[in-house]
Design a protein around this ligand. Structure first.
Ligand code: NAD
Ligand code: TYD
Length: 343
């Protein structure tokens, strides 16, 4: 089996490749990625030299290059992770989200339509469903109601993927997953940002009152769900993925403060918590009903939030070269612009 994996140098895609390139030596994996600020080729070093792995730098916004690569590689399966992924960046600069997430997906679908692929799997987010109040869960039939330029661009890409199935019979599947955390996540997202700020004794910026809720899933559990859908999911279907691990942001940050204190011997670090101006259009709560995936494909998450967060913290503490590499780019500039004047 030949897999074309887009966005494989980012957080979720690199964890996917590190796991499956080694676990499936008889399959071949071709990773394409534009290598944005959020990617790190160092994340792929565990598989970089394996004979069933190949990498090419490619921006999906380039229609001709995308078509040519798909034609030449002739994959059996495309797994489409590539996207601009950070809500705050989509608020300050939405244009790149429209290009990569909508135009990029369109170009890949067009290329896939011209080849005889057996599956196009689109990796999406629960944020397309908008915001929940205190009660209820997102199901696969929840109407789309995105709030941010990021989630609106992902919603548009989901619609395109579904349309290519209905119109052109492209064999697609879609997954909509809750918030991920784990190794190799760029430290602009809540969990790695808080871990690294704890390490440096910097303020931990909490938006609003910290009462917004997210449903956290360890990245390897997300990837095992994706592989289950790629292997056995029904064509044209959507599957929600979630960890049954709802937490208010404030509780996530308090747990990180306690565990970082334990792991580094610095004692509880919650004195670093700082309340800052809220995110515009901030969705209140996300929570997933993943029973379709469980009932049809037998998928269950293996990590609880307690086990996953400890693993994640240890990974960041043990991989200081990866962290130093990430922070050497324009990371500091992003922190300065996103958090300046928020207090
Ligand atoms: P990420 O930002 O860490 O990685 C995305 C990767 O895609 C980067 O390496 C980037 O260079 C690449 N990319 C972006 N635009 C591209 C383009 N035009 N051409 C080629 N490559 C491009 O994001 P992530 O957290 O790994 O997310 C991966 C996918 O999972 C995204 O589609 C995202 O919407 C989805 N998702 C993420 C989460 C989460 O919590 N992180 C949850 C649910 C779904
Ligand atoms: P984030 O990791 O950006 O994921 P998403 O917006 O896709 O859910 O944010 C998770 C939650 O944490 C969200 O409610 C916003 C909040 N947050 C903060 O309170 N402070 C921060 O510095 C960041 C980045 C996020």
């Amino acid at each position: 089996m030949k897999y074309l994996v887009t966005g494989g140098a980012g957080f979720i895609g690199s964890n996917f490749l590190v796991k499956y390139v080694s676990e499936r030596p008889n399959d071949h994996f071709f990773c394409i990625d534009k290598l944005s600020y959020a990617s790190n080729l160092e994340s792929l070093s565990p598989v970089a030299d394996l004979p069933n792995y190949q990498f090419a730098r490619l921006n999906l916004v380039d229609f001709d290059a995308t078509t040519q690569l798909v034609k030449e590689y002739a994959p059996d399966v495309i797994i489409h992770f590539a996207a601009e992924s950070h809500v705050d960046r989509s608020i300050s600069g939405p244009a790149e989200f429209i290009q990569s997430n909508i135009v990029g997906t369109f170009n890949l679908l067009e290329a896939a339509k011209q080849t005889g692929i057996s599956k196009f799997h689109h990796v999406s987010t629960d944020e397309v469903y908008g915001s929940l109040g205190e009660e209820g869960l997102f199901v696969e039939t929840t109407p789309y109601d995105p709030s941010s330029p990021y989630s609106a661009s992902k919603a548009a890409s989901d619609h395109l993927v579904r349309a290519y199935n209905r119109t052109y019979k492209l064999p697609v599947t879609i997954t909509n997953c809750s918030n991920n955390y784990g190794p190799r996540q760029f430290p602009e997202k809540l969990i790695p940002l808080m871990i690294l700020n704890c390490l440096e004794g910097k303020p931990l910026p909490i938006y609003g009152q910290g009462l917004n809720t997210r449903d956290w899933l360890y990245v390897d559990d997300h990837n095992s769900a994706i592989m289950a859908v790629v292997d056995r999911g029904r064509e044209g279907e959507t599957y929600n993925i979630g960890g049954n691990a709802e937490q208010k942001n404030i509780d996530v940050v308090k747990t990180i403060c306690r565990l970082m204190g334990e792991e580094t011997g610095k004692g509880d670090l919650s004195h670093l918590m700082t309340y800052v101006a809220d995110r515009p259009g901030h969705d209140w709560r996300y929570a997933i009903d993943a029973s379709k995936l469980r009932d049809e494909l037998g998928w269950e998450p293996t990590e609880t939030f307690d086990t996953g967060i400890r693993k994640t913290i240890r990974w960041y503490l043990e991989n200081d070269a990866w962290v130093a590499d990430v922070k050497s780019g324009d990371y500091q500039k992003w922190l300065d612009t996103n958090y300046a004047g928020r207090n």
